[in-house]
Design a protein. Structure first.
Length: 165
């Protein structure tokens, strides 16, 4: 069933009055999966393997990430196009993070109580990688949806301006 011109106009006009909840909810999903990622990493008890500068930077990055993603969720609710670019950057960073802590810890060993212990086994590795990938996909999807809706709204506002002139 195809939409008539009037139905398309009404659907676009609704964008002026409703929030972009789909993009905002995807941002929240990205934040939630990031929380699962860092809880999974930081709860690991493998001696002093994780007591280093990289983990400190990772903790600070997680805080900045969550603040930026939440700010973006509020921005995309109101169809602010620039937050889509921030979300793209955050999504790309989530993918890059796979190659930092999980990649280095996977298969590494540490001595705990005199016993050589695997730092991150296959199960934990695949779980944290899945968290980061799904988080990245959610953030990139939120950015794409927001860009699409922003462009539609801009075109509609231009049409309204032409109609009133």
């Amino acid at each position: 069933m195809t939409m008539t011109q009037d139905e398309k106009f009404i659907e676009r006009d609704r964008l002026r009055f409703i929030k972009n909840t789909s993009s905002a909810n995807l941002c929240y999903l990205g934040i939630l999966l990031d929380v699962f990622y860092f809880v999974n990493i930081y709860k690991s008890d493998v001696g002093t393997y994780y007591y280093n500068f990289v983990i400190g930077v990772s903790i600070v990055y997680n805080l900045v990430f969550m603040l930026a993603a939440f700010l973006s969720s509020e921005g995309v609710k109101n169809y602010v196009k620039n937050y889509s670019y921030l979300l793209c950057g955050l999504g790309i960073m989530q993918i890059i993070r796979i190659f930092i802590i999980p990649n280095k810890a996977h298969g590494a060993t540490a001595v705990v109580n005199g016993v050589e212990t695997l730092v991150m086994g296959n199960g934990q590795f695949f779980r944290v990688v899945a968290y980061l990938i799904i988080s990245a996909v959610a953030l990139l999807a939120a950015a794409f949806i927001n860009l699409k809706k922003c462009n539609e709204l801009e075109a509609h506002m231009k049409t309204l301006a032409e109609m009133s002139a």
